[in-house]
Design a protein. Structure first.
Ligand SMILES: [Zn+2]
Length: 459
């Protein structure tokens, strides 16, 4: 012990024998403790007050003047990199709503998203977009905590009205990983949850939390599906089989995409290709199951068309009700960089090289007859249901996937009712009879063109 304190202690002990000193000393200690307690308490109250004020300000910014009722969300899903919701709001008359928007608000930002809506029986039915691959782009959200609200501006008031969103569907919350950029990913947690305000009021609301994340091993950016495989050879000509050409090009495409920084999964490679048949796509570890388990944002399925029709050229098949920009970019780049030309097929054609093939009335009738023959309840097909099973069955509820096992010729697609869909394109690279030579010579050109189109869409 240093000299000085030692001396003080010695003095205190010596003086302690003195009654007056003893009283004064004890009083001093009491006063000191009392003063410290007062200061500490004051500091606590002040910091609590400022924390409460900050929280009130935050809640005011996020929730503002909410209406008592909430909008009910009847469906929500991710498709590719986008998030969509649709729902209803009661007691709205047809002529008194305008400027309805979804508002995504955080402490630092506020973004508006257009909705499509109409009023029926005093009920507003709304949807975040008419096209399944548009709406809220999850890859464009910065790291933050957001809440999504519905905003209406009623004609008879100048102030907009805000409504929180509650989940009235049976679909679960969503965990989404953004596309890999510069080796980095964000995790986006989309949760219907409760927020407890400072006044201890519980608000049911939709929270979107974006945070930095490491991509889990089983999650990919892109899945490439080499058409056919194993016992299913696909179309054949001149000693060539579709299954082998599509696998060759898929492998080159994987390398091209990996060079651009993406994490890529093949539905089949040399290891599992012999397991494939024409009917096991929905089995566990069939191509649809492998694709869905990859949680990829994008799927490219490569095929070659049947030559018997004497047609020629490239056809890129896109999902129904989708923005066709990526499909068009892929078609245009393929024409630019290879000898292949746009297809001369006019059925289901949208623009040069771009096709959307849905069930039409005749196909629905055929499907109903098949169901009758095989003795199962027909699937609920509409003219918005994609005809190509790869596009349809990896998209979940966004593309009306439906294979639920009632047709016993196939296993059940366990992902058919998923609210996390993969945006899928099927590329018919040409017709086997007329275009075989071009396809074989241009394997690298096909892979390069598709990879360039994807990189451009995601830049
Ligand atoms: Zn094929």
């Amino acid at each position: 012990m240093p000299k000085k304190p030692k001396k003080i202690l010695k003095n205190i002990l010596k003086n302690f024998k003195n009654r007056y000193f003893r009283r004064r000393f004890i009083l001093f200690i009491f006063c000191a403790i009392f003063l410290i307690a007062i200061l500490y308490g004051g500091f606590k109250i002040a910091s609590n007050l400022s924390a409460n004020a900050a929280r009130r300000e935050y809640e005011n910014k996020i929730f503002g003047t909410l209406q008592e009722k909430s909008a009910e969300i009847t469906e929500f899903y991710t498709y590719g990199t986008h998030f969509q919701i649709s729902g209803t709001l009661d007691a709205i008359s047809a002529d008194n709503f305008e400027n309805a928007k979804l508002v995504l608000v955080s402490e630092n930002t506020e973004k508006e998203f257009a909705i499509e809506g109409n009023v029926q029986d005093n009920k507003l039915m709304f949807s975040s977009a008419g096209l399944i691959n548009s709406g809220i782009n999850l890859d464009e959200l910065g790291i933050d905590t957001y809440y999504l609200k519905l905003r209406l501006k009623l004609n008879n008031s100048t102030e907009p009205k805000y409504y929180t969103l509650v989940n009235s569907s049976s679909y679960p919350n969503i965990e989404y990983y953004t596309v890999t950029k510069n080796g980095k990913n964000n995790k986006v947690k989309i949760d219907f949850t409760e927020y407890q305000t400072i006044e201890e009021k519980n608000l049911s609301c939709l929270k979107i939390q974006v945070e930095e994340a490491t991509l889990p091993d089983n999650v990919y950016d892109i899945v490439i599906d080499a058409g056919h495989g194993g016992k299913d050879s696909g179309v054949k000509a001149g000693g060539y089989e579709e299954k082998n050409i599509t696998l060759d090009i898929s492998k080159i495409l994987k390398t091209e995409l990996e060079q651009r920084g993406y994490k890529v999964k093949l539905t089949r490679d040399d290891e599992n290709t012999e397991d494939f048949t024409a009917t096991n796509m929905y089995d566990e570890n069939g191509r649809i199951d492998i694709a869905c388990k990859s949680e990829a944002k994008l799927m490219i399925s490569l095929h070659i068309n049947d030559g018997s029709s004497k047609m020629s050229g490239l056809e890129v098949y896109a999902p129904c009700k989708s923005d066709l920009t990526l499909a068009r970019t892929m078609a245009n780049k393929l024409i630019e960089n290879t000898y292949i030309e746009f297809s001369n097929n006019t059925s289901f054609k949208e623009t040069d090289g771009v096709y959307v093939k849905n069930f039409n009335a005749n196909m629905i009738k055929d499907a109903e007859e098949t169901a009758k023959e095989k003795n199962y309840e027909p699937y609920p097909l509409t003219e918005d249901t994609p005809y190509l099973y790869t596009i349809r069955e990896v998209g979940g509820i966004a593309t009306n996937a439906y294979v639920d096992g009632r047709n016993t010729a196939y296993a059940k697609n366990v992902h058919y009712n998923s609210n996390q869909g993969i945006e899928c394109y099927q590329i018919e690279m040409g017709y086997i009879d007329t275009d075989l030579q071009k396809i074989i010579e241009e394997e690298e050109g096909y892979a390069y063109s598709i990879a360039e189109a994807i990189a451009e869409a995601w830049k």
